[in-house]
Design a binder for this molecule. Structure first.
Ligand code: SF4
Length: 219
């Protein structure tokens, strides 16, 4: 049976990753909390690069919730057609904008409970918005972080994203949650990638059974 990392090993591993990618920043181009929320919504099952291609025109044309709230989803669709699931995303953007105008004075709220009450916003999106729009400590678990956590045995193979979030946030000081999240995403893209991870040069190889097996299998 694989031995799980304890809290201090988890903290060490994430901080190593933070040192490797100390300049990691959000990769969605957005300015206001509302624009961050819309960008996050658009990024589900799409790359940040593809989202950044459509948002400049989208936000120039419709800068805030009031501008979107009067539209139909069909009027939003042409602006986001190159993004996967655009049909549903257009619906969510309009519904989100209408709820913000009706219930939140046109402002993105700053709590997890309120954010997750918004159309199209789940816990992961809410965590990204809290961290990137407001600097409120939150740790969003995406597909990269899930893969890294399971390979490093920060989490078990069958663990939910919520369990992964708990295992990391209880090991890491709150002040490191936002930067840790961004650094792990960069690490997942550039080192611990889904295919051909760079285990040989990875500073975590000494504590990573998955990586050690992977290196052996390549020899
Ligand atoms: Fe990922 Fe390989 Fe590093 Fe383990 S050793 S964390 S699998 S890149």
């Amino acid at each position: 049976m694989m031995v799980m990392l304890n809290q201090s090993q988890t903290k060490w591993a994430v901080e190593e990753i933070m040192q490797l990618f100390s300049n990691a920043r959000p990769s969605l181009d957005a300015r206001t909390p509302f624009q961050i929320a819309v960008s996050v919504l658009l990024s589900a099952q799409a790359t940040d690069v593809s989202v950044n291609k459509v948002t400049p025109t989208l936000f120039q044309t419709f800068p805030d919730p009031a501008a979107f709230a009067t539209l139909t989803p069909e009027e939003v669709e042409p602006y986001i057609k190159s993004i996967g699931l655009y049909h549903n995303k257009a619906k969510h953007i309009v519904a989100l904008s209408q709820k913000l105008v009706a219930d939140f004075n046109g402002e993105i709220p700053k709590t997890m409970a309120e954010l997750t009450s918004l159309p199209g916003i789940g816990r992961k999106s809410a965590s990204v918005i809290l961290g990137d729009a407001f600097g409120v400590p939150a740790f969003a678990v995406d597909t990269h972080i899930t893969r890294i956590a399971k390979r490093l045995k920060i989490a078990k193979e069958k663990d939910s994203v919520l369990q992964i979030e708990k295992n990391i946030t209880r090991a890491l000081p709150q002040s490191e949650w936002i930067d840790g999240h961004h650094a792990m995403i960069y690490f997942g893209r550039e080192v611990c990638s889904a295919r051909s991870p760079k285990c040989v040069t990875c500073p975590l190889l000494k504590i990573c059974a998955f990586g050690q097996q992977y290196v052996q299998s390549q020899n």
